[in-house]
Design a protein around this ligand. Structure first.
Ligand code: SF4
Length: 368
């Protein structure tokens, strides 16, 4: 890893008086004074111009099973080159990737009350270009590139440039995100992204404000837009003991997915492991996860999956028509069908790329 303070003029902002700038990349819409950075810590105002500090710098790069994103119905059984930079526009106390998300903050702390506007400092990461990343993906045998780990919105320029080249090379493109893009940002991503896994962390604005330093409404609006774009969308909720695990909250999430996005949209219910500022909480009990799964199914969702529970039957896909096992999973090992039809009743199982399994990914050369 090479520290760097390389910067490039950012996208989607406008100048204000007194050398302040208005960043319009995400729904925080930060007004950033001269010499300071926005809430994400990686977009910096220098002399009245907004710069990105992470346009050429990945801090994490791996070849993963696409199921790890998690995406279960998009190019299933394939490998995806997964990358992320430092920086995040949320401040979730339960962040499972906090070493990346907080690395651009001066004090390395991310809670809604401690986010500070700080000057740019060395940005950790490996220097890359979109071209290099796409070449890596092809040479690693990946079927797609996934923008993930921290929050891809804050490295929009790297994501957009890489996605353009990836699509031209026949690769799929995946965004794993908190769904907090501005409308302009999302429109700019529309032709570039083919599949997304979006966190719906809770169904209460208070939770989003107090725990994540954000608001709920933009996430709900963006989820509807992404489905409207024709992206393949799956939703993930990390269930945290005592914070978002009530029947009412889980039912509200499931109802929203069913009524506003569609019964076919997969819902991943993920197990919390103590981390970051919530290290004192216990892991999510199995009974809680199974209760959430039942709530999801009772709400009419066709595909509800439990995450971080290798070997549990709820990792697998069953035909919503006749209940036949369609795609079997054990952790990231998969037994997949030859096509999108249920072998018993012939029902079409929604998704992209069933029956085109080509998992052969290996570690990227950049990190060898
Ligand atoms: S990307 Fe979001 S958090 Fe970062 S400066 Fe822009 S508006 Fe603020």
């Amino acid at each position: 890893m090479t520290p760097s303070a390389d910067i490039r003029r950012a996208s989607l902002w406008k100048p204000l008086s007194q050398q302040r700038v208005h960043c319009r990349l995400c729904s925080h819409y930060c007004i950033v004074p001269e010499g300071r950075s926005g809430r994400c810590g990686v977009r910096h105002n220098k002399g009245g111009t907004l710069y990105t500090l992470v346009h050429d710098r990945v801090a994490a790069l791996h070849v993963d099973p696409v199921e790890k994103k998690p995406l279960f119905h998009y190019l299933p059984g394939t490998a995806t080159l997964s990358l992320g930079t430092v920086g995040c526009n949320f401040t979730c106390g339960f962040c499972q990737n906090w070493s990346l998300s907080t690395a651009a903050h001066d004090d390395g702390v991310s809670s809604p009350t401690t986010v500070t506007y700080v000057p740019p400092r060395s940005i950790p990461g490996h220097q890359v270009t979109p071209q290099v990343l796409v070449e890596e993906a092809v040479s690693c045998g990946a079927a797609s590139i996934a923008f993930t780990y921290s929050e891809p919105t804050v490295f929009y320029e790297l994501m957009a440039g890489t996605a353009d080249l990836a699509l031209a090379s026949g690769l799929g493109t995946i965004m794993v995100s908190n769904g907090y893009q501005s409308r302009r940002c999302l429109e700019a991503l529309r032709p570039r992204i083919k599949a997304a896994n979006i966190d719906l962390k809770a169904f209460s604005d208070r939770f989003y404000r107090d725990v994540c330093g954000a608001r709920l409404a933009p996430v709900l609006d963006n989820l509807k837009r992404m489905v409207g774009f024709g992206w393949w969308v799956e939703v993930t909720t990390l269930v945290i003991p005592g914070l978002n695990d009530s029947d009412d909250e889980l039912a509200a999430i499931a109802r929203f997915i069913h009524d506003e996005l569609g019964a076919h949209v997969p819902w991943h219910i993920s197990r919390f492991h103590p981390a970051h500022e919530l290290g004192h909480l216990p892991p999510t009990p199995l009974e809680t996860l199974e209760r959430a799964w039942k709530i999801g199914r009772a709400s009419g969702l066709h595909f509800v999956y439990l995450g971080n529970l290798p070997g549990h039957t709820s990792e697998s896909t069953f035909c919503p028509g006749c209940g036949t096992l369609f795609a079997e999973r054990f952790g990231y090992r998969t037994q997949l069908p030859n096509g999108p039809e249920c072998p018993r009743c012939g029902a079409h199982i929604p998704g992209v790329g069933w029956g085109h399994t080509t998992r052969k990914g290996h570690a990227p050369h950049l990190y060898r």
